[in-house]
Design a protein around this ligand. Sequence first.
Ligand SMILES: CC(C)(COP(=O)(O)OP(=O)(O)OC[C@H]1O[C@@H](n2cnc3c(N)ncnc32)[C@H](O)[C@@H]1OP(=O)(O)O)[C@@H](O)C(=O)NCCC(=O)NCCSC(=O)C1=CCCCC1=O
Length: 377
Amino acid sequence: MSDIKWLPREFGVKDHHLWGEDIFSKEAPGVIFEKKPIIDPQGNAVEGLYSAWVTLNNPNQYNSYTTEMVKAVIAGFHRASADTSVVACVFTAVGDRAFCTGGNTKEYAEYYARRPNEYGIYMDLFNAMVDAILTCKKPTICRVNGMRVGGGQEIGMATDLTVSSDLAIFGQAGARHGSAPDGGSTDFLPWMLPMEQAMWNSVSCELWSAYKMSRLGLITKCVPVLKENGEWICNPLVITDKYLDGGQLVYGEFKAGDEAKAAKDKIKSMSADFERLDKEIDNILWTFTNLFPGCVIKTIEGIRLKKKFYWDQAKVINRHWLAANMNGEAFLGFNAFNTKKLTGRDTIDFIEFRRRQVNGDAFDDEFMAAVLAKPKK
Ligand SMILES: CC(C)(COP(=O)(O)OP(=O)(O)OC[C@H]1O[C@@H](n2cnc3c(N)ncnc32)[C@H](O)[C@@H]1OP(=O)(O)O)[C@@H](O)C(=O)NCCC(=O)NCCSC(=O)C1=CCCCC1=O
């Protein structure tokens, strides 16, 4: 015989998906999974080739992820990874206020605080979510539609590329609200920002503008989303028309005083239009579409290896510290934030906390009551 047609073979295409469609939901809080056709530069849909969109849908709580949403994000990236018609995966969220502000602080305060073992199990899911993004066999793009804060910054940085609305802000919240940015930021930030900037950004909980993050190289690009008299305008809250003032770099810094107030009022009176953001996403998708898929993912995973180096080691032990911390600083910090409408204050009294530590006070309920604000009468 001169051919190998005689070899027994199985035909058809296998289904490698782990989860069915029912893990996704269009109801908030939930995660939407969609496939959208690849668009060529002339605006035509390319038949049979798609981008997969994983969309966080919890806008009333700034697209923070609940436990159920974490599971659905894992499923979304796994689905995109295993679907051969998908060119790349876009990670975004509903609305124009936030991409994601991290773990759901209501759930953290009301359920996970003082339940460290439960939080440890939750962290196993959180780690699996970051792993699902970092191991997706398709390029991953974070489409930042608004603030990317706390765990939101962490899952965003786990993606391969970020393009952002210029209204977005980026940063951490952990040390202010009772956690450490150990869901990826302490591992990724020192690669993505100069070390000093990574240090200050992760500890101070300052939120930096998209222009500043673009200048520092944390994100690929930010684009205007506001139009005035038919013309695109840059975020009026941010300095974008000069680099230097008094010898200091000011490009990307926030305006202050009356200028800032006027800019905030202006933004409030306008609505965001993501046309340019989506055009950028289409351009990146089109570039990927016209490259060898195997070479693309090998190149990407070669870069991801370095991002994953510290994450893969630290995630194992961080999970245990984060769990234990739910009995201590996290209990206080997340409860303070969760009850801010009742008390009028979103953080604990840090000065009293430190004074009590100086005195060697036991970390008991009396200590906790002393540092938490009281409900307003
Ligand atoms: C600074 C903020 C991001 C934005 O502040 P501001 O613009 O003043 O808006 P708010 O009034 O605070 O928020 C608007 C409403 O959204 C609710 N909200 C915001 N974020 C969350 C959240 N993460 N979970 C649940 N709900 C949220 C907020 O309560 C408001 O609702 P309301 O009913 O009052 O209108 C600020 O919002 C902020 O600091 N948010 C919390 C950020 C945070 O602490 N995230 C968790 C960090 S920890 C984390 O994510 C971790 C991940 C894995 C590893 C371990 C870990 O800790």
